[in-house]
Write a protein that binds this ligand. Structure first.
Ligand code: NAP
Length: 278
């Protein structure tokens, strides 16, 4: 950084809090973007328990920092904020936090991240029928984005139907119908979305079998890895249109960067960092 130390007494700490968190590409994206713009910040990945997350988040923010929240802490993070964006209030989940005007603030940039990635992959989804697997923090953001896109129907399938039922309020007042699909049941869909962590690790089961998926069904896997996830690879091999979570990661990161620094990151720098093998 122009001969000055990379980290000094004035350096701003940004951190992603999660468990696990070692897989996250966010530090690579954000450190590259900050370096290019000569911003005095450092972005770390900190593994923490659900119990520790609220105090850690508040402490980092109150020290002038900020960061992201990942699996499985997005819902507890939403409850730790002093000022919540409309997206956080709507989804009950927070993925981005910072300090502003004496308050710990939070937003859910996964909503716009998913929206932009899905529309760039699949175009206009108005009227589509969607099957959403999982009912955690990310699924909440995806459901909100799908309602904004005026899809006709979202069926949520999760191993805990009770947890799936808690998402119903997100669709209230929208033109999108909300249903719960019991575990083990199947349903046709124009768009099949994996909002569970299945696929992060080599030994994971697939989020859903592809054998019964109708031709023309599009696949969106929120999970991302250095290469495409095995599920996405199999879907592409079966002739389906399929994308992993990398573009969503990039788009939510751009939005988060704006919240922390009030300026745009260089998208090409972030994209190159995401695709690097570091
Ligand atoms: P979360 O809040 O922990 O929710 C995970 C959901 O998946 C829950 O419904 C959970 O069910 C379910 N689940 C967990 N393990 C499962 C298993 N073995 N089999 C079936 N269902 C399982 O996590 P999250 O924050 O929503 O994140 C989910 C995934 O999306 C993570 O892999 C995350 O990295 C990814 N993500 C990617 C992006 C991106 O930008 N690409 C953004 C957000 C999230 P229970 O409630 O029963 O535990």
């Amino acid at each position: 950084m122009n001969g000055s130390p990379l980290v000094s007494a004035s350096t701003r700490l940004l951190a992603i809090l999660g468990d696990p968190v070692a897989h996250s590409r966010s530090p690579i994206l954000h450190n590259a973007a900050m370096r290019t713009l000569l911003l005095d910040g450092v972005y770390l990945a900190l593994q923490c328990t659900t119990e520790a997350c609220p105090s850690l988040l508040r402490g980092i923010a109150q020290a002038g920092g900020g960061g992201n929240i990942t699996i499985p802490h997005k819902e507890i993070a939403a409850r730790a904020l002093e000022r919540s964006s409309a997206s956080v209030q709507r989804t009950g989940a927070c993925n981005t936090y910072w300090f502003e005007a004496g308050q710990v603030c939070g937003d859910n940039t996964d909503v716009e991240g998913f929206s932009q990635a899905a529309q760039s992959a699949f175009g206009d989804l108005r009227g589509a029928e969607v099957l959403l697997l999982g009912a955690g923090g990310a699924a909440r953001a995806v459901l909100a984005a799908l309602c904004d896109m005026s899809v006709a129907l979202v069926r949520v399938q999760a191993r805990s139907p009770q947890r799936a039922a808690q998402l119903a309020g997100i669709a209230t007042g929208s033109a999108t119908r909300f249903e719960i699909l019991p575990p083990g049941a199947s349903a046709r869909a124009d768009l099949l979305i994996n909002g569970t962590p299945l696929g992060m690790h080599d030994h994971d089961a697939w989020p859903a079998q592809l054998a019964d998926v109708e031709p023309g069904t599009r696949i969106f896997d929120l999970v991302y890895r250095a290469q495409e996830t095995p599920w996405v690879r199999a879907a592409l091999a079966a002739g389906l249109q399929a994308v992993d979570g990398k573009e969503m990661l990039l788009q939510q990161a751009v939005a988060a960067f704006r919240r922390w620094w009030q300026r745009d990151p260089q998208l090409d720098v972030m994209r190159a960092a995401l695709n690097s093998t570091d």
